[in-house]
Design a protein around this ligand. Structure first.
Ligand code: DHB
Ligand code: MG
Length: 224
């Protein structure tokens, strides 16, 4: 019985990805660049990439900020949802990852409207106040800094800005009542979830939508 359900689940996930979020050569190359450069295979799934695009289009995004570029896979999805004169900025702590990400964005022919800035995001974010407000902000970097990133995201936002954070579930521990007794990552992600769920400036939901439905996005829209 459980096996039937697992099979149905696997079939559905595979078909949804194939029908709604097929990868082209540039996306495949970005994913392959992760492995080729000894980077962790922790990029978002194609369905998550398509969801980011739907959100970007829904808020008519002209400027998108990403925290955590990795190999540029999510950056390709996001930047492709921008109009021709749109701007995509990604902050990346690793010089090597930034180079791989820039190459991925160049292969996708979107280098002109994209920028990968190297450094710790907490140090780079204040300088982005001059570029604010951003229409969509995607947080997908070191988890213990998520609350700092959320504070900055709200500062860099306008009413209607969409703030998305990856890895808000992490297999479940952040959702437990005793999340605060856990390690830095679980404690911070658990606190992030509760904050976006209850902050009156935000309307939020979280979805278990990674490959095996044990992790996913917290999605918030700034309401005032
Ligand atoms: C980790 C980070 C991620 O952004 C992710 O999607 C999965 C795992 C991690 O650092 O463990
Ligand atoms: Mg992630």
């Amino acid at each position: 019985m459980a096996n039937d359900r697992e099979q149905a689940r696997a079939f559905i996930d595979q078909r949804l990805a194939e029908i709604f979020a097929p990868e082209d050569e540039a996306l495949r190359a970005a994913r392959e660049a992760t492995a080729a450069n000894d980077m962790p295979a922790i990029e978002i799934s194609p369905i998550q990439g398509r969801l980011l695009q739907v959100l970007a289009r829904a808020c008519k995004a002209r400027s998108i900020l990403e925290i955590g570029a990795l190999a540029g896979y999510s950056g390709i999805w996001l930047a492709r949802a921008l109009p021709p004169d749109g701007r995509f900025i990604s902050l990346e702590v690793s010089e090597k990852h930034a180079q791989v990400a820039r190459a991925s964005l160049a292969r996708a022919n979107i280098a002109a409207k994209t920028e990968v800035i190297v450094g710790p995001a907490t140090e780079l974010l204040p300088a982005l106040l001059v570029d604010a407000p951003f229409d969509l902000i995607f947080i997908d970097a070191d988890k213990p800094s998520y609350l700092t990133y959320l504070d900055w995201a709200i500062k860099l936002a306008r009413p209607g800005t969409v703030i998305v954070a990856d890895n808000c579930i992490r297999g479940g521990p952040p959702l437990r009542d005793d999340y605060a007794q856990s390690d830095d990552t679980v404690r911070t992600v658990g606190e992030y979830d509760r904050r976006v769920a209850s902050d009156p400036r935000l309307l939020s939901v979280a979805l278990a939508i990674d490959e095996d439905a044990t992790d996913g996005f917290a999605i918030s829209v700034v309401v005032g």
